[in-house]
Every structure is written in C-alpha cells, then in structure tokens.
Design a protein around this ligand. Structure first.
Ligand code: HEM
Length: 418
C-alpha cells in the first residue's frame, strides 16, 4: 500500500457550489495514509490529516494562536519589525530574486510566531531555515508526487534536520520554563511550540510524542510560508501586468492599504496555492447530487471554482481588484478552503474579509501579505528585462503548480524606504 488507503474511483468537482459543498462534507477526510510514521507516513497524526474528534480537539487548541489580539500584534508590531530588519538588506543588490526574498521574510516572521528562537538571525541561519522548510513542504507533496519514495525521503531528512537545527534548543528552553512556572520571573513565550508542550498530556489531543510535536510545528511552518511567500510573488506578477495598462496602480497600492489587500485577495482567487485539494470518502456520501462510494478520491478544483461565472460573473477570469462580489462570497474565492479544515492562518495572511461596501472598521486587519506587498511596491520593484521568472514544476504537473515560482528576478529602484 502506498499513499492511498484503498485505490478508489476519482471524482472531480469544479463549480463553486460543489467544491464548497465538498469542503463541508464530514464524510470526506484528508486521511489517505493510516500507517504510523515509522512505516513511512511522514504526516502521521498532524492536524491537516487528522479527522473527526481528534481534528476538532487540535483545532480548538491551536486556533487560540490566531485570536484577534495576537493577529493584531503580528500585523502592527511583528511584521513591520521584520520588514525593517530584513527587507532593505535583502533588496540591496542589483539583481534580486523576489521569490527568495519573500521566502526569507516569511521564514523570519514564522520563526517568531511559532516558537523558534532566532532573536537576531544571521542571513545564513535564515537561509538554512528556508532550505529546510522547502524540504518540509514535501510532506504534503507526496500525494501528487511523480516519485513518492524520493519525496518521502526528502521530507524525512528535512524533519530530522529541522528538529536538530531549530526545534531542539527551543523545546528544551520552553520545557525548562514550563517546569518552573510560578517560581521564575521569565514566563514561557506565547507561541505555538509552548502551547503544544503545555497541552501535550491533555486527553484527546494525542500530542504525547516528541516526533509528532516536531511534525505539527513543521505543518504550521510550511502552511505559513509555502503559501504566503508565493502569493507575494504572484501579487507582484499581477502588479507588472496591471501597471503596463494603468501606471497609477503602484501609487494606489502604496497610498491605500485596503486596495493593496483587495489586490492580494484577487491574486489569491486567480492563483490559489492549493489548486486541487483531495479528499478520501470515509463513508458513502454525495456531493452536488453525485453519489460517492466509500473509498473514493474526491478532487476539489479550487482553481476552476474561483472563476465560476455563476458567482464571479462574465469577467471572472479577469484580474480586477475593484470587482464586486456577491454577499457571502469571499474575494479570495475558496483559496483558504472551507469547512473543518479551513485555513487557520487566513486572517494572519489575508486579513479580515472586506465587506461589499468596502467599509473599513477601526479594528480591521489587512493581513501580512498586503503589508509586505505595499513595502515592496513602495521600493519601486520592476521586472528584470534580462532574466525571466521560472515556475516551480518540481512536485506535480505544471498545470497544477501554475501559482508557484522557483525564481522571480526583479530590479529595485530604491532599496531603502523613501
Ligand atoms: C496565502 C496564504 C495561505 C493560503 C492560500 C492557505 C491555504 C490553505 C488551504 C486551501 C487550506 C485547506 C486545505 C484543504 O482543506 O485541503 C489550508 C489549511 C491549513 N493552513 Fe493555510 N493557507 C495560507 C496561509 C497559512 C498560514 C499563514 C498558516 C499558519 C500560520 C497556515 C496554516 C495552515 C494549516 C495548519 C492548515 C491545515 C488546517 C487543517 O487541516 O485543519 N496557512 N491553508
């Protein structure tokens, strides 16, 4: 038996309503492989492959990391600090690979957010973390891989390296602080790793395993970086296409963070990072009126659903950050998923949804991607006429990876903040 529990018939859905319906079906799981870690299942026990009560218990705990005050502090303190520390250093050279810049920026944010102690990381440390994250990203790539054995091996090696280079010291420090709680002046930091360690013996969470804690942390790290970084690059790609037609788009992004956010949401709609998530039918069920026998594989085509003309109108395929969307529909379409596995990081990455009348309330959040994007645009990012961008087609078919980049060379007019 390889990845799939049982070979089953494959059903594909691509209308907005069907895909949304599929996301909410409690009989559709993400559990394709039930083997333990030792038998080769590198995602054994992590939140994204858990189902039912275990999945709900994990999400109840971990969602606390994304409460409004934590998101606000990430957006108004953490992200600007990381941008100040890193963006000009990373852009301060003649030819820049924006994909690398985006990954390093997001790795720096995620390290602080999830509990890896890199107080003042060197460029070498950040680069190492980013390289290991690239390997960890293969944990979710096995299902679509052309060579599952090789992909699995890359993921296992990355997990061992990540544990040794980044998690071990952070875990020992937190375990020490937790053991002395109440007697020490220093409190354990409020981050995901501390939370997992504090609750590791809680019944129903199944976290009492050091290896699983590393895998759970890796799941959030990868979820947080392998999506936000390419979205930043995709938004810049759309900027170049839009500015060719209307140069004022640059000043709109810099002067109006709500427009920058709509620009990012439109980018997410047309370039979803998980274009075709898959589900395993735990029981006989039905989606959009079609019967799905137990054991089937269900493919939810977000990329097609996001351009469904019944929802987004006759201009659904056009990039238009000023478009109107129907009430109850997110501007990003289904790019953050829906239902039980809906992305826990959506407000961190994309901010709060923008209402139809575009009213911005005092407590509105714009999301880390919009904040970073605006700073990159402010610095005068331009296409590099000498070097073409290269798409990342390493893991699966090129059509499914149209939203990821291996490199995206750019030129920068003003490396320093004007
Ligand atoms: C542009 C940014 C992002 C996009 C497009 C995105 C997209 C998604 C999607 C589509 C899913 C659901 C997959 C499915 O149902 O099969 C998901 C789940 C998940 N995302 Fe995100 N994500 C983003 C940012 C983040 C961030 C910032 C984090 C962490 C802070 C994160 C962590 C996760 C985790 C842990 C899951 C699994 C949740 C579960 O299975 O219950 N994501 N994401």
């Amino acid at each position: 038996m390889d990845v799939f529990q049982e070979p089953g018939t494959r059903f594909e859905f691509d209308t907005y309503d069907d895909v949304r319906h599929g996301f909410f079906d409690p009989d559709l799981s993400r559990t394709f492989d039930r083997r333990p870690f030792e038998a080769g299942n590198v995602r054994h026990g992590v939140v994204s492959t858990a189902h039912g009560e275990l999945h709900r218990a994990r999400r109840r705990l971990e969602n606390r990391q994304f409460r409004a005050e934590a998101l606000r502090s990430d957006e108004v303190e953490l992200a600007p600090r990381v941008i100040d520390e890193w963006l000009d250093t990373l852009l301060d050279r003649e030819a820049v690979d924006l994909s690398r810049v985006a990954h390093l920026l997001n790795a720096a944010v995620s390290a602080r957010r999830f509990g890896i102690d890199l107080d003042r990381p060197s460029l070498e440390e950040l680069t190492l973390l980013d390289a290991e994250l690239d390997g960890l990203a293969q944990m979710s790539g096995i299902i679509d891989s052309k060579d599952p054995e090789r992909t699995r091996e890359i993921a296992r090696t990355a997990l061992a390296d990540f544990e040794r280079d980044f998690v071990r010291a952070a875990r020992e420090r937190r375990a020490g602080l937790i053991a002395q709680r109440g007697t020490e002046i220093e409190q354990p930091p409020d981050d995901l790793l501390t939370m997992l360690l504090l609750h590791r013996h809680d019944p129903g969470l199944e976290l009492d395993d050091d290896g699983l804690i590393v895998r759970e942390l890796a799941t959030y790290f990868v979820g947080g970086t392998s999506t936000t970084a390419p979205t930043l690059v995709n938004a810049t790609d759309f900027l170049f296409l839009s500015a060719d037609r209307d140069p004022s788009v640059r000043s709109r992004i810099v002067d109006d963070l709500a427009f920058a956010q709509r620009f990012v949401h439109e980018t997410l709609r047309l370039r979803p990072l998980t274009p075709k998530p898959k589900r395993y039918a735990e029981a006989d069920t039905s989606v959009g009126g079609r019967a799905i026998p137990r054991g089937s594989v269900v493919v939810l085509d977000i990329a097609r659903a996001n351009v469904d003309p019944r929802v987004f109108g006759p201009t659904a395929n056009d990039f238009d950050p000023d478009r109107e969307v129907p009430h109850g529909v997110f501007r990003w379409g289904l790019s953050f998923g829906a239902g039980a596995h809906q992305c826990p990081g959506r407000s961190l990455a994309g901010g709060f949804p923008l209402s139809g009348d575009r009213t911005i309330t005092d407590d509105h959040l714009f999301g880390l991607i919009a904040v970073m994007f605006r700073e990159i645009v402010r610095r005068g990012v331009r296409r590099d006429p000498e070097r073409a961008p290269e798409r990342d087609t390493r893991r699966d078919t090129p059509t499914e990876r149209f939203s990821r980049w291996l490199s995206y060379p750019v030129l920068v007019d003003a490396p320093s903040r004007p």
